[in-house]
Design a protein around this ligand. Sequence first.
Ligand code: GLP
Length: 270
Amino acid sequence: MPAPKPSRSFSIDGASVLVFDDKIDACSAAADRIAAVIRDRVSASGKAVLGLATGSTPVPVYDRLVEEHRAGRLSFAGVSTFNLDEYYPISPLDPQSYRFYMDRHLFSRVDLAPNRSHVPDGTVPEAALEAYGRAYDGWIEGEGGLDLQLLGLGRNGHIGFNEPTELDLDRALALPTRPVKLHPTTIADAAKDFGGEEHVPRRALTMGIAPIRSAREILVLAFGPNKAGAVSGSLLGEVSARVPGSLLRPAGPRVTWMLDPEAAAGLDRR
Ligand code: GLP
């Protein structure tokens, strides 16, 4: 099936914004871009390095990648992956862990080597968390950096679990992979998955703004009316750590926003 085309496209501060008829079309286009990067990088250098995201948003992306694999058109044999984030503390066997999610939606369904899929580890001892974050960034650099980072967007504008903060811009752009506290909006949004707010872990490990921005290409997916404010805040508002999605705007990697009409609704005043 050919990649669906966006119904509208424009650029904001150098980023491409593609608006699709619906989220399935957007996810299919994102999956096709990821597949193209895998094929190009593996044929050029023998390997491809992907940054991956969780949440409800990218599920159809993984389904389409699995379909491509099952049809014999895509191999993950040369691929390494680094996930954005994980709750802390959490067991990889907990069905709400992002490691469990990735195994279920992608890793167990394709030919990715078991030692090449990396998800921040929710079982790292407390005292080792900061060092673990630095090591995670070192592993990404050791692989030659991320060829492509897939991102969702929190309702409060977070990317990964980089929550809104009052940090000045330079410090926000330099944030490494590290342990963080979750924002009340994030805890409220996760409550349905954990069977109530009181069961949601209060902390997480997240890839930092700096390693995210060091990816050579970034795809940001956001769908539905709940994301419209975060999308317009990220693309039209001030570049500030108060809206982490806006930190993708200072010149850096190639960024493409793939939206449905509801998530793009706040961009019309541009
Ligand atoms: C979670 C994840 C993010 C994700 C976001 C949006 O908090 N840490 O990486 O992008 O929420 O989730 P959803 O796609 O379910 O809206």
